[in-house]
Ligand binder design. Sequence first.
Ligand code: COA
Length: 176
Amino acid sequence: METITVSRAAMKDIKALSRKLEELLEDKTGKLYQDNVVKFAIPDEYVKKAFSAEALSKTVKSGKAIFYLARTGRGKILGFAQIIEQNPAYVELDRIVVFPEHERKGIGTRLLKRAVADQKKKRIKTIVVKAGRGEKHARAFYEKNGFKQVKEETLEFPWGKKIPIVVYHFKFDADN
Ligand SMILES: CC(C)(COP(=O)(O)OP(=O)(O)OC[C@H]1O[C@@H](n2cnc3c(N)ncnc32)[C@H](O)[C@@H]1OP(=O)(O)O)[C@@H](O)C(=O)NCCC(=O)NCCS
């Protein structure tokens, strides 16, 4: 099996990530578009903007967002995770995506573990993640990786769509 590495993305990698996302999202019958854009009724314009190289680079430059990439030895991007720093003790895992044909091979776990390990080094106390209440695969994934459900609420997107979500926390203690 090909070697896969997980590392923090540099600015040049952000452009490559944006290109990859734009390419995958062009396929409107593809899993990424269906599972994210269609399911959450995200307007096309919003998607384009959110994943543009400009928007992603801006969040990184602001110092608030950190991206992690899973890549093959040849540099092909297989998935990514994005952490948003909310305050000195609390960060949010805003997105974690393993591209469809590479799911269920442990890549998501490696991305998550790397992001979690970095937060520990920074003495962050809590990592929060939000999952759709019906997103069984994502909830199983977070629960397997030590996230604990803290509450349920309704999330209202800027484009008006409301979805029931579950909020999970990962807390650092002596065991992790
Ligand atoms: C959620 C996601 C990141 C998981 O990444 P992954 O590389 O496929 O997950 P892993 O192979 O590391 O799986 C680890 C564990 O998570 C759970 N899990 C992952 N995918 C699952 C699925 N489809 N159904 C049930 N459990 C699942 C399992 O417990 C799995 O362990 P196992 O394979 O030994 O049973 C990936 O499925 C994905 O990108 N999905 C689309 C985007 C998304 O939903 N992101 C999360 C919400 S923002």
